[in-house]
Design a protein around this ligand. Structure first.
Ligand SMILES: Cc1ncc(COP(=O)(O)O)c(C=O)c1O
Length: 484
């Protein structure tokens, strides 16, 4: 099959999307008594425990053979994780039989909704033809053609996860530049390999020098020599980036790459300030630093061509995963001919048994060709507007110290009196007790969000305006309860 693949773009590249107000409140806000938050949290916690007794039983059994009762420590939760039974469209059901509207969506992966019939059909057809060869199949280059058209980056390779994508992208940047150092954004998450498990999940943000964050490993088991190769700079601050690169150049230790998200996720949603991304492009070019844009979360969820399209940027390398495989593990790296030259020549190794796995490629192809269409993105945009506008209306009516912010399928209610622009302000401005309460409150009212404080919502194309109304109704109930 030899059809030309046209770029699928529903938005002309712009320098910035039109985000929701994304500004903290200007008028007076209501101070919520911390004791009230504590009481409500305790009440909701007891209620959730009572509702999820089958999960408690599953946990008792699972933890004996499965460490912490889960496969990834991000799935851990006290007193037990909520075990799921199945998903269909925009809903999931737990092992107690409760139905939830899913805005967790597999940590931001299932923008297609669960068990989408077109994905199910593609995977079913492929598995009957053999699901793994470690040899290329037609779908592999069709999918890379689609990604090239969507991202405007000519050449691609596949991996199996977001972590593999960022790990290999860093190796490529090191090969191309002949340098070892990695620069990242303070507080940003790029997966679980050693090079990027640095300066995340920290509590050293208060009082630290923004120009010189210490390089701190995220947990034990990461060699200090590797940790010290990674240097963090704050998001939304091109001045610090440029000054730090000047310094590092003077010390003869310019990094190979800057890896970052165009809009920071995993801290709610932090949008780039106007002009910031253009400055990052200029500065990285000036110092010959490879600009890797991690689109593991934004890719396929915020526009057909991800944040690259939405913000009209031109990275050197892009990393995808999560939503690409529509629930089948896969990931991808895209870049220019120049970036791929050393992989082409064999000087840089980029290998993997399951890279471009036929099942994942069949799912990705159906996803790109038939599911995540321009109409699907338009629907996501409308739903997100409904949620963000509705949430902002509730915030204003109840005078909460909060604001709603998001892009396309992603969004969050940021409980802060001042604007969150980077990790420092995320950690210091946010009223974190409220975030914990919101999660419990939502779970007890049929909304499944990601446990923990950092996650934004991810909508799916199967969600309806009535589902968005349900979400807003639950939030309004909480706002009324808090301000009573
Ligand atoms: C921005 C970002 N990059 C990379 C990753 C790692 O992806 P994975 O968990 O598939 O390895 C994640 C995971 O949440 C992520 O949010």
């Amino acid at each position: 099959m030899n059809m030309a693949i046209e770029p699928l773009r529903h938005l002309a590249p712009t320098s910035a999307p039109a985000p929701h107000r994304a500004e903290p409140p200007v008028g007076p806000t209501i101070q919520i008594d911390p004791a009230r938050i504590r009481d409500l949290t305790a009440r909701e916690s007891v209620r959730l425990d009572a509702r999820t007794q089958a999960s408690a039983t599953a946990y008792e059994r699972a933890k004996r053979s499965l460490v912490g009762g889960v496969s990834s420590s991000y799935q851990k939760r006290a007193p037990w994780p909520i075990y799921l039974d199945r998903g269909q469209g925009q809903y999931v059901w737990d092992v107690d039989g409760h139905q939830y509207l899913d805005v967790h969506n597999g940590i931001g992966s299932m923008v297609q909704g669960h068990a989408h019939p077109l994905i199910t059909e593609a995977v079913d057809r492929r598995i009957r033809l053999g699901s793994h060869f470690a040899a290329p199949t037609e779908d592999t280059y069709i999918v890379s053609e689609h990604l090239a058209a969507r991202w405007g980056l000519p050449r691609w390779r596949f991996v199996n996860s977001g972590s593999e994508a960022t790990m290999d992208a860093i190796r490529i940047a090191r090969g191309v530049t002949g340098r070892d150092g990695v620069m990242k954004i303070f507080g940003s998450y790029h997966g679980h390999h050693d090079y990027v498990m640095v300066d995340i999940g920290l509590s050293v943000y208060e009082g630290t020098d923004r120009e010189h964050y210490p390089s701190i490993a995220y947990g034990k088991g990461i060699p200090d020599s590797v940790t010290q190769m990674t240097i963090a700079v704050p998001f939304n601050d091109a001045g610090v980036l440029e000054r730090r690169l000047v310094e590092l150049q003077g010390e003869g230790r310019l990094p190979a790459c800057l890896i970052m998200e165009a809009a920071m996720m995993n801290c709610g949603v932090i949008l780039p300030e106007p002009g910031y991304l253009a400055e990052v492009r200029r500065i990285t070019k000036k110092f010959g630093v490879v600009w890797i844009v991690d689109e593991v979360k934004t890719g396929l969820t915020v526009a057909a061509g991800g944040a690259t399209e939405l913000f009209g940027i031109k990275p050197d390398l892009v990393c995808l995963a999560k939503a690409l495989g529509a629930g089948i593990p896969t990931g991808a790296i895209g870049g220019s001919d120049e970036m791929w030259s050393m992989v082409d020549s064999g000087e840089v190794y980029m290998v993997g048994t399951f890279n471009g796995n036929p099942l994942a490629m069949a799912a990705a192809r159906a996803n790109l060709e038939r599911v995540m269409t321009p109409e699907a993105y338009a629907h996501l945009g409308r739903l997100n507007d409904q949620l963000l506008d509705g949430a902002q209306g509730i915030i204003d009516r109840y005078k909460l110290a909060a604001y709603a912010v998001g892009i396309e399928s992603k969004g969050v209610i940021t409980f802060a009196q001042s604007k969150v622009v980077d990790y420092d302000s995320y950690k210091t401005a946010q009223q974190k007790e409220l975030i914990d309460l919101v999660w419990l409150w939502n779970m007890n009212r049929g909304i499944f969000s990601t446990p923990g404080r950092d996650e934004e919502w991810t909508l799916s194309i199967t969600m309806t305006p009535a589902d968005a109304d349900h979400y807003l109704g639950v939030f309004e109930e909480l706002a009324a309860e808090l301000t009573r």
